[in-house]
Design a protein around this ligand. Structure first.
Ligand code: UDP
Ligand code: MG
Length: 344
């Protein structure tokens, strides 16, 4: 009896994850199956693996999984678009009542999913998975992560401490997210902007189950930067203040120079002439760089390019949209043409 129950879709972004996927598929399938049996979710609930343009056999693995496990479906993006866009693709492609996003590497504890569903059953719209401790991380990652979260908070970016992209969202929360048209994506700061009732579910973060991280230092730094520049214009303000402060200092210096000149105490030296030039041009270049960052973002946003294109799609066999309590089934599946014409 699934009448009136909510349909859950678990969205899993995958980039070169062939090693870990069979295990992830099995574990997620078990959890979803258990929830269905417990009568907590609709029987049409499923798992959607989003292949983010992988170079290995990830898509083949997803196809195999979908043949073995009736609840497994997949989405293949036309090329690598990055973790955040892969998440968006999964979120926007499903019409489920509840969507849970989780990484493919089993670092997020799948056993937190039933607790998320319990919260959703109480009517909570957004449930954040928050890691209890960072024992498996290196010291450097722990310290840098803490510093980063603090910096974000100081810059006025609203973010849930130690929450990554493991979360449950209700239908209306996902629909609300669709209204945010930005291309520079940093979901963990975007979702708190939605409002609605939220709750936190804690879990212990494990080591990667197989494979290596798909976030090398370069990507991680760029992602961290994105979080600041996409959500805060405070750096711009800070540059302005710095410029102001420096102008004041120069005024004082100028007065001092005039004083020295007329008193004839000493001949002004080379350093006092050349140093300010260096300092000021340094600050100017830095300021230009910061401004450029934001101009670059405006440039990307104004183009309004589609976030992703779908190359292939496998429907989970278990899913029967007509049996769903959701009303918005007519729009799926979206075609590439539809997505392209989505441009403003
Ligand atoms: N991922 C993705 N596209 C990318 C990079 C990563 O879809 O371009 C996925 C990846 O497969 C994983 C998740 O994003 O499911 C998080 O990546 P990873 O576990 O490598 O990051 P870490 O946990 O090391 O920060
Ligand atoms: Mg990981």
């Amino acid at each position: 009896m699934t009448e009136g129950k909510k349909r859950l879709v678990v969205v899993v972004p995958c980039y070169n994850e062939e090693e870990v996927l069979p295990e992830t598929g099995k574990r997620l399938n078990d959890v979803v199956e258990r929830l269905v049996e417990a009568g907590k979710i609709h029987d049409g609930s499923s798992i959607c693996f989003v292949d983010d343009g992988s170079r290995d056999r990830t898509w083949r693995t997803i196809e195999d999984l979908s043949l073995r496990l009736p609840r497994v479906g997949g989405l293949r993006l036309s090329r690598n678009r990055g973790h955040q866009n892969a998440l968006m693709a999964g979120l926007f492609q499903t019409d489920a009542d509840w969507t849970i996003t989780i990484d493919a590497d089993l670092q997020d504890d799948v056993e937190a999913i039933p607790r998320m569903v319990d919260a959703a059953l109480e009517g909570v719209d957004i449930v954040y998975g928050v890691r209890r401790e960072r024992a498996v991380d290196t010291r450097l990652k722990r310290v840098s992560a803490r510093g980063y979260y603090r910096t974000l908070a100081a810059l006025g970016v609203e973010i849930v401490y130690d929450h990554a992209d493991f979360r449950l969202m209700s239908r209306r929360a996902v629909d609300a997210l669709k209204l945010f048209g930005e291309r520079n994506l940093f979901l963990r700061a975007l979702v708190p902007q939605l409002g609605f009732e939220t709750r936190i579910v804690q879990y212990d973060r494990a080591d990667r189950s197989a494979g290596v991280t798909k976030y090398p230092l370069r990507k991680m730094l760029s992602f961290a930067f994105e979080g600041i520049t996409s959500f805060s214009t405070k750096p711009l303000r800070m540059v302005t203040l710095l410029g102001l402060l420096l102008s004041l200092c120069s005024a004082v210096m100028a007065l001092y120079a005039i004083f020295v000149r007329f008193e004839g105490i000493t001949v002004p030296g080379w350093a006092s002439t050349v140093l300010p030039i260096y300092i000021v041009s340094g600050v100017q270049l830095f300021s230009l760089g910061v401004i450029g960052e934001y101009v670059g973002k405006i440039y990307i946003e104004t183009k309004g390019r589609p976030r992703f294109l779908i190359a292939d799609q496998i429907e989970a066999r278990q899913t029967d949209p007509s049996a769903s309590v959701s009303t918005e089934t007519s729009e799926r599946p979206q075609t590439i043409a539809a997505l392209v014409s989505d441009r403003p």
